[in-house]
Design a protein around this ligand. Sequence first.
Ligand code: FE2
Ligand code: FE2
Length: 293
Amino acid sequence: MPDNSKAQQTLGLIRDIDPEAIRLAFRFIELFNKPDSSVKELEEFVRSNDVLSLRVLKMVNTFATANAQHITTIDLAVGLVGYKGLREAVLSASSISILTGERGAIDTISFWTHAAACACIARALAIHCHHPHPEHGYMAGLLHDLGRRLLDVYASEGDEYQAVLDAMSSEEARALEKTLYGVDHCEIAEYALKQWGVEPFLADAVGRHHMRAEEIKHSAITDRAVLTYAIIAIALAFHLLEDEEGGPLDQELLVLVGVSEAELPAILVRAREYFGSVRVNLESLRPQGAAGR
Ligand SMILES: [Fe+2]
Ligand SMILES: [Fe+2]
């Protein structure tokens, strides 16, 4: 971690963030990954947090528009969409609470859409490779650029971060972040995730998502596969997003996780299906009449 006063000042701001949203997402992910977790546990988890309950109900009611019934309780919601539907609604609701907000230069809807596309591809890669925790891939993809939100919302004056968004390349953007804040978005996110006590694989993956295959091979990483799924997903996200241009995909990354180029179309089909439902959820959260921010 950089040891200059500007960096220390920026990192100090992270200590003031209420980590409740992050904790919520993680409690859910733990539950999601427990093979024996029951519908009762999931219901209790949702009920224990008022904001999450409201969001889940709002989403479930969006799914259920064809049905005249208006859902007002979590048990009715489970009855309608089933355990799987509720899990997906909660996953989206808890993720969104981390990433959305009104302040800053970043358009939160497109930020989230990009993050979700990366998350869905990383998850599909993890499933394809029989990784024991596909949701780790999802979270790494989802949060890879968390640091950009943190710098934009917590460390910037007004629209200061706009200059980073206007940079010509990701290298230039990171160099500018260093100049403005003393740290880049990878460093601040890694620091924040460690502060919040999340599982080490995530801080590692988020902090290293600009690494090249060659560097990945030679560094100590909690879960090399999860990091690699996230980096591949970032390069492939344009397949799911109309307004993004494709970048080069380092073939060595595919070698690292044992996936061939010929397998990618099937992986993208799976990712696209999942992304479709996440996108519907996201739209349901857009404030009424808002064109996006
Ligand atoms: Fe990044
Ligand atoms: Fe990104």
